[in-house]
Design a protein around this ligand. Structure first.
Ligand SMILES: Nc1ncnc2c1ncn2[C@@H]1O[C@H](COP(=O)(O)OP(=O)(O)O)[C@@H](O)[C@H]1O
Ligand SMILES: [Mg+2]
Length: 272
């Protein structure tokens, strides 16, 4: 069994009377691509923010790479990379300049910076665009740059919050490829998405989140097997959409506006 790299126990977050994350307990093992999936408002971002030390839990515990997020936040931050749901690259700088900024932020030794930046640019397929202003980049290029920023310090654990939201199918593919390559190199990845097919293709483990709770957790195959035969929205055998419908008692279309949200976000411009 692979080593545990992240573990939560009854991790919770309340905002006033709303319980956004409700006693979730789960384990991520080294090398996993762990997908948190669920409709808008399910609590995915709140979970990621607690695991990245940006938001204190109101209950329970979370350990990342051996460090408790509440008691040793600086140690946690040193071992993780994080790409937030909202834009984290500066449109008025070039790709190279953005990376240099992050290299300084992460305190990479000056003698190593150029090499690391160069490697990150190559790895993310941005060599031709590195000296162009980021505001001229496509959505997929921006996302790849943001991922490059987040892994400059070679973190063993990478958090990606909705890495492909707002991207067209080709750009989404290009981001998937990078995520797969990072996973292949041994990075443990925790990502959120509300695209079921993306989760199915990318993730070794999936947790389905609904109203702050994990309603299902397992490998894509395990999740699909757990749904009774004959329970299928499309009638073509179990899909992850069926898994979601089965465990949440509804379809993704009802409540939470899953399809609506993904459609709206697709058309939203990420750079203002
Ligand atoms: N800072 C906050 N203050 C109050 N409510 C919040 C805050 N952040 C998130 N929420 C609420 O918590 C719930 C979960 O939000 P979020 O974690 O962003 O969901 P997701 O990422 O799955 O779309 C939502 O109902 C949201 O409105
Ligand atoms: Mg979110």
């Amino acid at each position: 069994m692979k080593e545990t790299i992240l573990e939560t126990k009854r991790l919770s977050r309340r905002f006033g009377s709303l319980t956004a994350v409700d006693e979730i307990s789960f384990v991520v093992r080294r090398g996993d691509v762990f997908g948190l999936i669920g409709p808008n408002g399910a609590g995915k971002t709140t979970t990621i923010k607690m695991l990245t030390t940006l938001l204190p839990p109101t209950g329970g515990t979370a350990i990342v790479a051996g460090w408790d997020v509440v008691h040793h936040p600086a140690n946690v931050r040193r071992t993780i990379g994080y790409v937030p749901q909202l834009l984290s690259a500066d449109g008025s700088l070039t790709g190279y300049e953005n990376l240099l900024l992050f290299a300084k932020l992460y305190d990479l030794p000056a003698g190593e910076r150029e090499d690391r930046i160069h490697n990150a640019i190559e790895f993310m397929g941005l060599s031709d665009a590195k000296d162009k202003l980021v505001r001229t980049y496509s959505g997929g290029m921006i996302r790849r740059l943001e991922i490059a920023q987040a892994v400059l310090h070679n973190p063993p654990v990478l958090f990606l919050d909705e890495p492909t939201v707002g991207l067209d199918p080709i750009a989404r593919q290009s981001v998937w490829k990078q995520v797969e390559a990072l996973a292949h190199n041994g990075t443990t990845i925790i990502l959120t998405t509300h695209y079921m097919e993306e989760a199915e293709n990318l993730c070794s483990r999936i947790a389905i989140m609904y109203r702050g709770k994990f309603v299902a957790n397992g490998s894509p195959a395990e999740l699909k097997r757990s749904v009774p035969k004959g329970f299928s929205i499309g009638g073509n055998g179990s899909t992850l959409d069926d898994v979601f419908a089965f465990y949440s008692g509804g379809t993704l279309e009802s409540e939470g506006g899953y399809r609506e949200t993904s459609r709206v976000r697709r058309t939203a411009r990420r750079l203002g």
